[in-house]
Design a protein around this ligand. Structure first.
Ligand SMILES: [Zn+2]
Length: 242
Protein backbone atom coordinates (compact mmCIF):
# COMPACT_ATOMS: atom_id res chain seq x y z
CA UNK A 1 0.00 0.00 0.00
CA UNK A 2 1.16 3.54 -0.80
CA UNK A 3 0.06 6.92 0.52
CA UNK A 4 0.55 10.13 -1.45
CA UNK A 5 0.04 13.61 0.00
CA UNK A 6 -1.61 15.85 -2.59
CA UNK A 7 -0.86 19.59 -2.38
CA UNK A 8 -4.06 21.59 -2.89
CA UNK A 9 -2.60 24.97 -1.91
CA UNK A 10 -0.91 26.91 0.86
CA UNK A 11 -2.31 30.08 2.45
CA UNK A 12 -1.20 32.50 5.13
CA UNK A 13 -3.61 34.34 7.43
CA UNK A 14 -3.41 38.14 7.24
CA UNK A 15 -4.92 38.59 10.68
CA UNK A 16 -6.01 36.57 13.68
CA UNK A 17 -4.22 35.01 16.63
CA UNK A 18 -2.41 32.25 14.73
CA UNK A 19 -0.10 33.43 11.93
CA UNK A 20 0.99 29.92 10.87
CA UNK A 21 0.43 28.95 7.25
CA UNK A 22 -2.46 26.65 6.37
CA UNK A 23 -2.13 23.84 3.88
CA UNK A 24 -5.01 22.46 1.82
CA UNK A 25 -4.53 18.86 0.83
CA UNK A 26 -5.96 15.52 -0.17
CA UNK A 27 -4.55 12.04 -0.09
CA UNK A 28 -4.28 9.20 -2.58
CA UNK A 29 -4.07 5.67 -1.24
CA UNK A 30 -2.97 2.96 -3.66
CA UNK A 31 -3.80 -0.49 -2.39
CA UNK A 32 -1.79 -3.61 -3.17
CA UNK A 33 -4.70 -4.66 -5.38
CA UNK A 34 -4.08 -1.56 -7.52
CA UNK A 35 -7.10 0.38 -6.33
CA UNK A 36 -6.72 4.19 -6.32
CA UNK A 37 -8.66 5.70 -3.43
CA UNK A 38 -8.80 9.50 -3.47
CA UNK A 39 -9.47 11.19 -0.13
CA UNK A 40 -10.98 14.68 -0.56
CA UNK A 41 -10.91 16.96 -3.60
CA UNK A 42 -9.56 20.37 -2.51
CA UNK A 43 -11.06 23.68 -3.55
CA UNK A 44 -13.16 24.51 -6.62
CA UNK A 45 -11.29 24.63 -9.92
CA UNK A 46 -11.42 28.41 -10.25
CA UNK A 47 -9.19 28.66 -7.16
CA UNK A 48 -6.40 27.02 -9.12
CA UNK A 49 -6.99 29.17 -12.19
CA UNK A 50 -6.82 32.59 -10.51
CA UNK A 51 -6.40 32.47 -6.75
CA UNK A 52 -6.67 36.21 -6.18
CA UNK A 53 -9.92 36.42 -8.13
CA UNK A 54 -11.22 33.38 -6.23
CA UNK A 55 -10.41 34.89 -2.83
CA UNK A 56 -12.11 38.10 -3.91
CA UNK A 57 -15.16 36.22 -5.16
CA UNK A 58 -15.47 34.10 -2.02
CA UNK A 59 -14.99 37.02 0.36
CA UNK A 60 -11.62 35.89 1.75
CA UNK A 61 -9.19 38.36 0.17
CA UNK A 62 -8.94 40.39 3.37
CA UNK A 63 -8.23 37.36 5.54
CA UNK A 64 -5.67 35.22 3.75
CA UNK A 65 -2.76 35.59 1.38
CA UNK A 66 -1.92 32.82 -1.11
CA UNK A 67 1.59 31.39 -0.81
CA UNK A 68 1.34 28.46 -3.23
CA UNK A 69 -1.77 28.20 -5.37
CA UNK A 70 -1.98 27.33 -9.04
CA UNK A 71 -3.43 24.92 -11.60
CA UNK A 72 -1.00 22.26 -10.36
CA UNK A 73 -2.68 22.39 -6.93
CA UNK A 74 -5.83 20.62 -8.08
CA UNK A 75 -6.84 16.96 -8.31
CA UNK A 76 -5.78 16.64 -11.98
CA UNK A 77 -2.58 18.64 -11.40
CA UNK A 78 -1.51 16.51 -8.45
CA UNK A 79 -2.45 13.18 -10.05
CA UNK A 80 -0.38 14.15 -13.08
CA UNK A 81 2.69 14.30 -10.84
CA UNK A 82 2.33 10.57 -10.23
CA UNK A 83 1.38 9.67 -13.78
CA UNK A 84 -2.36 9.36 -13.20
CA UNK A 85 -5.51 11.09 -14.40
CA UNK A 86 -8.94 11.43 -12.82
CA UNK A 87 -10.01 8.43 -14.89
CA UNK A 88 -7.70 6.28 -12.76
CA UNK A 89 -9.65 7.06 -9.56
CA UNK A 90 -11.58 4.01 -8.36
CA UNK A 91 -13.18 5.50 -5.26
CA UNK A 92 -13.56 8.93 -3.66
CA UNK A 93 -13.87 9.24 0.11
CA UNK A 94 -15.08 12.61 1.39
CA UNK A 95 -13.89 13.08 4.98
CA UNK A 96 -16.53 15.82 5.31
CA UNK A 97 -18.19 18.44 3.13
CA UNK A 98 -16.38 21.72 3.74
CA UNK A 99 -15.40 23.78 0.73
CA UNK A 100 -11.71 22.80 0.84
CA UNK A 101 -12.59 19.08 0.83
CA UNK A 102 -15.70 18.85 -1.38
CA UNK A 103 -14.95 21.89 -3.58
CA UNK A 104 -13.06 20.03 -6.31
CA UNK A 105 -15.78 17.41 -6.86
CA UNK A 106 -16.42 18.65 -10.40
CA UNK A 107 -13.02 17.21 -11.34
CA UNK A 108 -14.24 13.71 -10.46
CA UNK A 109 -15.93 11.67 -13.21
CA UNK A 110 -19.58 10.79 -12.58
CA UNK A 111 -18.68 7.10 -12.70
CA UNK A 112 -16.51 7.24 -9.57
CA UNK A 113 -18.30 5.99 -6.43
CA UNK A 114 -18.30 8.59 -3.62
CA UNK A 115 -18.35 7.58 0.04
CA UNK A 116 -19.78 10.10 2.49
CA UNK A 117 -21.20 9.97 5.99
CA UNK A 118 -24.97 9.66 6.10
CA UNK A 119 -25.29 12.34 8.80
CA UNK A 120 -23.16 14.74 6.75
CA UNK A 121 -25.38 14.20 3.71
CA UNK A 122 -28.45 14.85 5.86
CA UNK A 123 -27.35 18.47 6.26
CA UNK A 124 -29.55 20.75 4.14
CA UNK A 125 -26.48 22.04 2.32
CA UNK A 126 -22.82 21.00 2.50
CA UNK A 127 -19.95 22.91 4.08
CA UNK A 128 -21.38 23.86 7.49
CA UNK A 129 -18.25 25.82 8.37
CA UNK A 130 -18.53 27.81 5.11
CA UNK A 131 -22.13 29.04 5.52
CA UNK A 132 -23.72 30.57 2.46
CA UNK A 133 -21.33 29.03 -0.04
CA UNK A 134 -23.56 26.20 -1.26
CA UNK A 135 -27.29 26.42 -1.83
CA UNK A 136 -27.56 22.71 -2.63
CA UNK A 137 -25.55 19.50 -2.60
CA UNK A 138 -23.65 18.76 -5.81
CA UNK A 139 -25.84 16.25 -7.61
CA UNK A 140 -24.01 12.97 -7.25
CA UNK A 141 -24.90 9.41 -6.45
CA UNK A 142 -23.36 9.34 -2.94
CA UNK A 143 -22.82 6.03 -1.20
CA UNK A 144 -23.73 6.81 2.39
CA UNK A 145 -21.89 5.22 5.29
CA UNK A 146 -22.77 5.18 8.97
CA UNK A 147 -20.97 7.55 11.33
CA UNK A 148 -18.91 4.93 13.14
CA UNK A 149 -15.41 3.46 13.04
CA UNK A 150 -15.06 1.05 10.15
CA UNK A 151 -12.48 -0.75 8.06
CA UNK A 152 -12.52 0.66 4.54
CA UNK A 153 -9.96 -1.83 3.23
CA UNK A 154 -7.38 -4.01 4.99
CA UNK A 155 -5.02 -1.53 6.66
CA UNK A 156 -7.29 1.49 6.10
CA UNK A 157 -9.50 2.37 9.05
CA UNK A 158 -12.04 5.18 9.12
CA UNK A 159 -12.30 6.81 12.55
CA UNK A 160 -15.53 8.57 13.41
CA UNK A 161 -14.45 12.06 14.56
CA UNK A 162 -17.52 14.32 14.54
CA UNK A 163 -17.60 17.86 15.87
CA UNK A 164 -15.88 19.96 13.23
CA UNK A 165 -18.82 18.77 11.14
CA UNK A 166 -21.34 16.06 12.13
CA UNK A 167 -20.09 13.53 9.58
CA UNK A 168 -16.34 13.98 9.89
CA UNK A 169 -13.94 11.05 9.48
CA UNK A 170 -10.22 10.72 10.18
CA UNK A 171 -8.17 7.84 8.72
CA UNK A 172 -5.63 5.43 10.11
CA UNK A 173 -3.49 3.99 7.32
CA UNK A 174 -1.13 1.14 8.14
CA UNK A 175 1.84 1.18 5.79
CA UNK A 176 4.33 -1.67 5.59
CA UNK A 177 7.50 0.43 5.78
CA UNK A 178 6.46 3.83 7.13
CA UNK A 179 4.23 2.31 9.81
CA UNK A 180 0.84 3.66 10.84
CA UNK A 181 -0.08 7.18 9.73
CA UNK A 182 -3.09 8.87 11.28
CA UNK A 183 -4.66 11.50 9.06
CA UNK A 184 -6.56 13.64 11.55
CA UNK A 185 -8.00 15.81 8.77
CA UNK A 186 -9.98 18.65 10.43
CA UNK A 187 -10.33 16.84 13.76
CA UNK A 188 -6.92 18.41 14.47
CA UNK A 189 -6.10 21.12 11.97
CA UNK A 190 -2.96 22.50 13.67
CA UNK A 191 -0.48 20.80 15.95
CA UNK A 192 -1.47 22.09 19.38
CA UNK A 193 -5.08 22.82 18.55
CA UNK A 194 -7.90 22.46 21.07
CA UNK A 195 -10.92 22.93 18.79
CA UNK A 196 -13.07 25.96 19.55
CA UNK A 197 -15.13 25.96 16.38
CA UNK A 198 -17.25 23.42 14.53
CA UNK A 199 -20.87 22.34 14.38
CA UNK A 200 -20.49 20.83 17.87
CA UNK A 201 -17.50 22.11 19.83
CA UNK A 202 -17.81 19.55 22.67
CA UNK A 203 -17.75 16.71 20.14
CA UNK A 204 -14.83 18.38 18.32
CA UNK A 205 -12.80 18.57 21.54
CA UNK A 206 -13.57 14.91 22.31
CA UNK A 207 -12.68 13.84 18.75
CA UNK A 208 -9.36 15.70 18.84
CA UNK A 209 -8.49 13.99 22.11
CA UNK A 210 -9.55 10.62 20.71
CA UNK A 211 -7.31 11.09 17.67
CA UNK A 212 -4.35 11.96 19.91
CA UNK A 213 -5.05 8.93 22.12
CA UNK A 214 -5.25 6.55 19.15
CA UNK A 215 -2.01 7.97 17.70
CA UNK A 216 -0.31 7.41 21.07
CA UNK A 217 -1.68 3.87 21.43
CA UNK A 218 -0.78 2.78 17.91
CA UNK A 219 2.48 4.72 17.61
CA UNK A 220 1.06 6.36 14.49
CA UNK A 221 2.55 9.46 12.92
CA UNK A 222 -0.13 12.11 13.47
CA UNK A 223 -0.83 14.38 10.51
CA UNK A 224 -2.77 17.57 11.31
CA UNK A 225 -5.21 18.51 8.56
CA UNK A 226 -4.17 22.07 7.73
CA UNK A 227 -0.82 22.47 9.49
CA UNK A 228 1.39 24.47 7.10
CA UNK A 229 4.64 24.16 9.13
CA UNK A 230 4.15 20.38 9.42
CA UNK A 231 3.24 20.17 5.72
CA UNK A 232 6.63 21.51 4.68
CA UNK A 233 8.27 18.57 6.52
CA UNK A 234 6.18 15.90 4.77
CA UNK A 235 6.87 13.98 1.58
CA UNK A 236 4.58 15.48 -1.03
CA UNK A 237 3.52 13.84 -4.30
CA UNK A 238 5.24 12.53 -6.34
CA UNK A 239 7.16 11.41 -3.26
CA UNK A 240 5.38 8.66 -1.38
CA UNK A 241 4.96 6.90 1.94
CA UNK A 242 5.00 3.12 1.55
ZN1 LIG B 1 -10.56 21.68 6.03
Amino acid sequence: MKLYFLHFGLLEPLAGPDPRSRSMRGYLIQTDEGENILVDTGLPGYWGEDINAALERDGMANFVRPLEFGPEHTVPGQLALIGLTVDDIDLLLLTHSDLDHLGGIDFIPESVPILLSRVERELDVPAPTNPGYYDAWPERDYTLIEQEDQELRPGIKLLSTPGHTPGHFSLLVDLPRSGPILLAVDAIKMEDEIPNTGTNVDDAVASAQRVRDIAAQTGATLIHGHDGPQWTTLRQAPEVYE
